[in-house]
Design a protein around this ligand. Structure first.
Ligand code: UGA
Length: 430
């Protein structure tokens, strides 16, 4: 929304949220915006107060808007039918209900959240049944930006996808959204489709990206058995122009709030339609990811003969990738949990993830009775200079620039970032 405001100064963009602290932070000092994203604060600085506003006045913003973007989260369901697989639609549904209650004039409602196919139908049902007789047009406009490169991805995007109904009013709504993006994006990059193709394209894109990572990670296991080098393999495979070099970097596993959730959602959809083989094919991408995270931690445990009691391990990197403060579904959480279970004492450092977030991630993982004992075995550092180099082993888990030139001579380092020239689990220079 900040980028739309930046590129379309004549359009007023109001971002609303129920969370007053969040909104206050968006209105606060630029160095404390709730999301760390390179280039974002400069965009906010230019547009905020001009045509970009942050507010908790949800009803009045709905009332005034001609177009409403729904960007609420759709986490994996934790209970009820489809628990552990399907997307939880409760936030989407409550958002649609609020729009239905409040809207007194016709609106275009844009699905920005990643949603299961045919969600637009459900939103329309709510809007039409619970609304005040005004006309709603629903568009699907999934987001393809990646964290850490979001601003660039938005400014110089591969494509914008807009799905709408084939009716005259549907096509008119599609055109209105096309006109917004056309302020800075070339027409040939703005793709219009039907709503369902658009919804499914988003899930399928993430599934295909994650599948490449699981493919290369599965081969990293074979490399370690055979003496082949996974980085050499990635390079050789990626030079085939039909395959291409991106998303072939072996790692400790993919993390982030999207890949796992979207694939599980896809698996659930396939099962719902009786496509068991297709569901199983995609499920394997998540299973290999779990295997890889587990394998990495097990490698460290095995190195110490199966018991880490009292062993000091440094965890370098907590974010699920570099250039973000987001640690949702970060492989670091699973690795740290397994090492702690094996008795390790951890020093954890990430340049951007706060101590509170790290402890929250760990709290989430364990039952309350174990938390205090665990926390007594964790020290979170606020600076790399505080690292106690007397550790028994270090696990490098995020590709932060800050970690690239560290001198770990004569120390045991397990590299999960897949960026060193030697093999995936390179064990120190010493
Ligand atoms: C992903 C997609 O890349 C975006 O296109 C999509 O819009 C977004 O999800 C979303 O649905 O919101 P994101 O999760 O922010 O973006 O980050 P990625 O760059 O895709 O990285 C995901 C994970 O894969 C990270 O843990 C990263 O370290 C890992 N990865 C990536 C690898 O292990 N190897 C690679 O070669 C590339």
């Amino acid at each position: 929304m900040a980028v739309i405001a930046l590129k379309c100064p004549e359009i007023n963009v109001t971002v609303v949220d129920l969370n007053a602290d969040r909104i206050a932070a968006w209105n606060g000092p630029l160095e404390n915006l709730p999301i760390y994203e390179p280039g974002l604060s400069a965009v906010v600085m230019e547009a905020r107060g001009r045509n970009l506003f942050f507010s908790t006045e949800i009803n009045s913003a709905i009332d005034k808007a001609e177009m409403i973007f729904m960007a609420v989260n759709t986490p994996t369901k934790t209970e009820g039918e489809g628990a552990g697989m399907a997307a939880d639609m409760k936030y989407i549904e409550s958002c649609a209900k609020t729009i239905a209650e409040v809207a007194k004039t016709d609106k275009i409602v844009v699905e920005k959240s990643t949603v299961p196919i045919r969600t637009a139908e459900r939103i329309k049902e709510i809007l039409d049944h619970e609304g005040n007789g005004v006309h709603f047009e629903i568009l699907s406009n999934p987001e393809f930006l990646a964290e850490g490169t979001a601003i660039n991805d938005l400014l110089d995007t591969d494509r914008v996808l807009i799905g709408g109904d084939s009716t005259t009013s549907g096509q008119k709504a599609v055109q209105e959204l096309v006109d917004i993006y056309a302020h800075w994006i070339a027409p040939e990059k703005i793709l219009t489709t039907n709503v369902w193709s658009s919804e499914l394209s988003k899930l399928a894109s993430n599934a295909m990206l994650a599948q490449r990572i699981s493919s290369i990670n599965s081969l990293s296991a074979l490399c370690e058995k055979t003496g082949a080098d996974i980085n050499e393999l990635s390079k050789a495979i990626g030079m085939d122009h039909r395959i291409g070099p991106h998303f072939l970097k072996a790692s400790v596993g993919f993390g982030g709030s999207c890949f796992q959730k979207d694939i599980l959602n896809l698996v659930y959809l396939c099962r719902h339609y009786g496509l068991e083989e297709v569901a199983e094919y995609w499920h394997q991408v998540v299973k290999i990811n779990d295997y890889q995270k587990n394998r990495f931690a097990q490698k460290i445990i095995d190195h110490f003969g199966g018991d880490l009691t009292g062993k000091k391990i440094a965890i370098l990197g907590w974010a699920f990738k570099a250039n973000t403060n987001d640690s949702r579904e970060s492989p670091a959480i699973d690795v740290a949990a397994k090492l702690l279970r094996a008795g390790a004492v951890l020093q954890i450092y990430d340049p951007m993830v706060s101590k509170e977030s790290i402890f929250r991630d760990i709290d989430f993982y364990w039952e309350a009775s174990k938390i205090n004992e665990l926390k007594s075995r964790i020290t979170v550092l606020d600076s790399m200079s505080k690292l106690d180099f007397s550790f028994d082993a270090a696990a490098l888990l995020t590709e932060w620039q800050e970690f690239k030139n560290l001198d770990f001579s004569n120390q045991l380092v397990f590299d999960g970032r897949g960026i060193l020239s030697s093999s995936f689990y390179s064990i120190g220079k010493g």
